[in-house]
Design a protein around this ligand. Structure first.
Ligand SMILES: Nc1nc2c(c(=O)[nH]1)N[C@H]1C(S)=C(S)[C@@H](COP(=O)(O)OP(=O)(O)OC[C@H]3O[C@@H](n4cnc5c(=O)[nH]c(N)nc54)[C@H](O)[C@@H]3O)O[C@H]1N2
Ligand SMILES: Nc1nc2c(c(=O)[nH]1)N[C@H]1C(S)=C(S)[C@@H](COP(=O)(O)OP(=O)(O)OC[C@H]3O[C@@H](n4cnc5c(=O)[nH]c(N)nc54)[C@H](O)[C@@H]3O)O[C@H]1N2
Ligand SMILES: [Mo]
Length: 837
């Protein structure tokens, strides 16, 4: 997830909490606490933006965008009712039959196949508290994994991952994770190269791009799709800027093996379709041509970078005998030599913004294209100039939308590690002098593992791996708690992951739906959707444009509880004195919403220079409105790296040299065979140009246009895009012809790791020998492990990107495809599992 951003929010929340610790009790009118609107329109929000929900007789009968600023559609907002009244919902607390019969010998191999037993909520709480305590006692603090990296829901109070961490920390700590699935390689390599993670940083403003860029290169990015969501809540502005870009005279070049939604939208753009995972070679060919023709900025390289002279011998082939000529590049990426040369010259001669997406770093050696892209951009010499340089977040959460000045909402904090003795909370670990505990905590603090190594960790306790200059020893996990993620679905190589999930004794999941992850657990708590509770969120991760309420629309369904309630009750069952701390003396969720709001309002109203004010909470909450903040003139003109370029001595970067590191001594000193001191082309484990290919087609599994990962797959939105009743797979016309596959056919996609069914879309809008199967279809195995719904992670590989970053390599996978013969199996992805009578 957006780790940096989350950390920032958490820290700012902590700071503001500290600043006003005398804010404790609140009184609410009953109408605010319980006043559900029976008929009318209510403002709410989700990752996919602010929405107005229509209620009739206390039921949600519709929902639509709060506002639409762009012609670009975003259908994700129309399904609120279906998410609440969904047949896949978990209705009651459930325990897997064999686990309930004997938690000490729970037959973990039956996970996913066992029957389920409905239990009383109180009993489920007692069971989880007891088994967690038992695990910690028998196996130590480092036996509990609760990182739960994932896309829970918008809302700063009901943030299930933070709430889980708060519970786990107060009761003794947990094994956490490093990085995220989104940008695991990019965020680590960029810290070495530019001194900040880049991937979640504000970008040169769209205004600056529209006013100054002559060329925009959209490199491995599909913003028309991915800007539909944001990690707070999507603002509409980003899509509006895409529309402005389309209407402008700026030349647009799209580099992507697939003609994505973005490729289709920018119908006049030039579309270049390299082989997947070969971007580094293509960039090297461009760099070579620029160097040979003298078309590069010596001045920029001299003043703002270090190490070009160490990279140069590699570029020219002096170190390895292979000059990285456009011809050499062309043989790898298959973009013709002339095009590589012309593109290089064009972006040197014209003010160019290179907007890089994240897919190319979600690949084997995914550090290299990022490092090489920055190296190339440094040669162009436009970094820090209006409308020039590069950006790795234009496609995400509204990067480049100018930042507004106003209130910022904090949130729940994950608390410090607590110590429990004789079923009592006795204080925080940092204050308790106990040698044994200290040792255990020390172990725990070193046990954080790169998130995508989770299956490897579960299967190989005690194994040591390299990571970014450190050594990490895998802990021995016996208890997993997941709240707010689809852990089975999102991890590469699901068959390995499923085996890994048979290893711990206990797995607990809080979920709204019977996702593949819930089905693989032992204990499942039914959770409310955001539309059954009250919360608050910022809108626009970078723009901070609004503070929006997320209003409860309807009563909690069935026995669904808020994560906050579940963890509060677990605190009660776990030890005396805990729940008071967890709930700050009994605050309700709305109390926390008010607290977040009040802290923001205090900061805003206490600063007359802002020229804005926020109303008193009750008044605001009952108004059913969001608060809007305006961008400042400075932020509208803002240029990333502008200050650095103006004065690199006064405004150095966070790298050891203070400059852009084309060569990194730090990385070179790590002596890794799979990531050296500068960017280079290293063959991925699977790609189209390899010798002895294990399969013939390169599968990319990008993010879905009509979902957020696996979210919304259980709604009728699926009917609008599914093919042959499955997830669509996009196949090139020539490949399809050779394979005897027609548009609409049911196909089997397979490799040595697994097999899935999908529905064929046959088109020229994808390069030959590449197929696209979006991530997120709910994993739906038949008795032989064939996924009937089309989840690509059955086919992807889970080896690490490199020793430096250990990120996932979702986009590095070869597959075979054939027409499916026989009787098409029925889908069961969205059914409830078997219940015990
Ligand atoms: N092949 C392939 N795999 C990928 C990727 C790829 O590009 N290709 N991308 C990766 C990336 S970048 C990411 S971020 C991950 C995403 O992986 P996830 O974040 O795990 O995906 P989601 O489907 O959003 O899962 C969120 C789950 O949380 C549940 N949930 C929502 N709100 C709440 C709540 O309030 N409480 C609780 N308890 N649960 C809640 C939802 O019902 C849903 O099941 O996938 C990764 N996997
Ligand atoms: N609608 C929607 N929006 C989302 C999400 C979602 O699930 N749905 N998820 C959100 C999250 S968590 C994330 S991390 C971001 C993801 O943002 P990104 O990682 O940037 O998005 P992807 O869709 O994985 O990939 C973008 C494009 O890269 C292309 N591509 C794949 N491999 C290569 C390659 O080797 N070279 C080149 N040049 N291109 C390649 C794909 O075909 C695709 O068109 O999106 C966010 N936004
Ligand atoms: Mo992500």
């Amino acid at each position: 997830m957006n780790e940096k951003r989350r950390k920032f929010l958490k820290t700012s929340a902590l700071l503001s909490v500290a600043a006003s610790s005398n804010l404790t009790t609140f009184a609410f009118g009953d109408e605010i606490k319980t006043g559900l609107v029976k008929d009318g329109e209510v403002l709410t929000a989700a990752y996919w933006g602010m929405m107005k929900a229509t209620l009739k007789d206390g039921k949600i009968v519709g929902s639509k965008a709060f506002q639409t600023l762009s012609e670009l559609e975003n259908p994700l907002r129309d399904y609120t009712g279906e998410l609440v009244y969904n047949k896949a919902r978990v209705k009651y607390p459930m325990v897997r039959k064999s686990y309930l019969a004997n938690p000490d010998s729970p037959k973990p191999e039956l996970r996913g196949r066992d029957e389920w037993v409905r239990v009383r909520y109180e009993d489920a709480i007692k069971l989880v508290a007891r088994e967690l305590k038992k695990t910690r006692k028998q196996k130590g603090l480092s036996s509990v994994y609760a990182k739960s990296p994932a896309w829970k829901s918008s809302g700063n109070v009901h943030s299930s991952t933070t709430l889980l961490h708060r519970f786990m920390n107060l009761t003794g700590g947990f094994v956490g994770g490093l990085g995220d699935y989104s940008t695991g390689a990019g965020q680590v390599i960029m810290t070495h190269v530019t001194g900040s993670i880049e991937v979640y940083e504000q970008q040169t403003s769209w205004n600056s791009v529209l006013a100054n860029s002559k060329v925009v290169v959209i490199w491995g990015s599909d913003p028309v799709t991915t800007l539909r969501v944001g990690y707070t809540s999507a603002d509409e502005m980003a899509l509006k800027y895409l529309e402005d870009l389309k209407k402008s005279n700026i030349e647009i070049i799209i580099i992507d093996p697939v003609k994505s939604e973005t490729g289709k939208y920018f119908d006049k753009a030039k579309w270049l379709a390299p082989r997947p995972n070969t971007d580094t070679a293509m960039m090297l060919g461009m760099a070579y041509h620029l160097y040979q023709t003298g078309n590069y900025s010596k001045e920029f390289l001299e003043n703002y970078t270090v190490g070009f002279e160490k990279f140069l011998p590699y570029l020219l082939g002096e170190t390895d005998g292979t000059p990285k000529t456009p011809k050499w590049a062309s043989e790898i990426c298959t973009i013709d030599e002339e095009t590589i040369k012309q593109l290089a010259l064009k972006i040197y001669q014209n003010r160019t913004m290179i907007m890089g997406g994240w897919a190319m770093q979600r690949a084997h050696h995914g550090e290299q294209p990022y490092w090489m892209l920055v190296t190339l951009a440094a040669m162009l010499g436009q970094i820090g100039q209006p409308g020039g340089g590069f950006g790795f977040s234009y496609h995400y959460a509204g990067g480049g939308v100018p930042t507004a000045l106003g209130g910022v909402i904090g949130g729940m904090n994950p608390a410090d590690i607590g110590v429990i003795k004789d079923d009592k909370f006795i204080g925080y670990a940092k204050d308790v002098a106990d040698e044994k505990l200290k040792k255990e905590l020390d172990e725990l603090s070193h046990a954080a593992i790169p998130v995508a190594r989770v299956a490897d960790m579960l299967l190989n306790p005690g194994k040591t791996i390299d990571h970014n200059g450190t050594r990490i020893k895998y802990p021995d996990i016996d208890f997993i708690y997941w709240a707010g993620g689809n852990a089975i679905n999102h991890q590469q190589n699901i068959n390995k992951n499923v085996k890994a999930w048979q290893k711990p004794r206990t797995i607990v999941v809080n979920e709204m739906y019977w996702t593949p992850t819930a089905k693989m657990a032992d204990i499942v708590f039914p959770v409310t959707t955001p539309y059954e509770r009250n919360d608050i969120t910022m809108v626009g991760d970078y723009s901070n444009q609004y503070i929006s309420p997320i209003k409860q629309l309807v009563e909690k369904q069935f026995e669904a509880k808020d994560d906050y309630q579940i963890f509060s009750d677990l605190c009660k069952a776990y030890a005396d004195g805990l729940v008071e701390i967890y709930t700050e003396g009994g605050k309700s969720d709305l109390d926390f919403v008010k607290k977040c709001y009040d802290l923001a309002a205090k900061a805003v109203n206490g600063n007359p220079n802002l020229g804005i004010s926020m109303p008193e909470f009750n008044e605001w909450w009952s108004k059913n409105e969001a608060i809007k903040f305006e961008a400042t003139p400075e932020s509208e003109e803002w240029v990333r790296f502008g200050e650095f370029v103006e004065d690199p001595i006064l405004n150095p970067l966070g790298t050891p040299s203070g400059l852009i590191e084309i060569y990194s001594e730090t990385i070179a000193a790590m002596n890794y065979d799979d990531c050296k001191g500068h960017a280079m082309w290293i063959e991925p484990s699977e790609w189209l140009g390899m010798k002895d290919k294990p399969a013939s087609i390169h599968l990319v599994s990008p993010h879905p246009s009509n979902r957020l990962h696996s979210q919304l797959n259980q709604t009728s939105l699926r009917d609008k895009f599914s093919v042959a009743g499955r997830e669509p797979i996009v196949i090139n016309t020539k490949n399809a012809k050779a394979l005897g596959i027609k548009n609409g056919d049911l196909v089997r996609v397979y490799n040595a790791r697994g097999e899935v069914l999908a529905g064929a879309i046959v088109t020229d809008e994808i390069r030959q020998d590449v197929a696209r199967l979006a991530e997120g279809a709910w994993y739906d195995p038949d008795a032989n492990g064939l996924c009937k719904n089309g989840c690509p992670n059955v086919l992807t590989n889970d080896i690490p990107s490199s020793k430096l970053t250990n990120a996932n390599i979702a986009h590095t996978a070869l597959v075979n495809i054939e027409k499916f013969k026989g009787v098409a199996p029925k889908l069961s992805a969205f059914n409830e599992p078997k219940f015990s009578k």
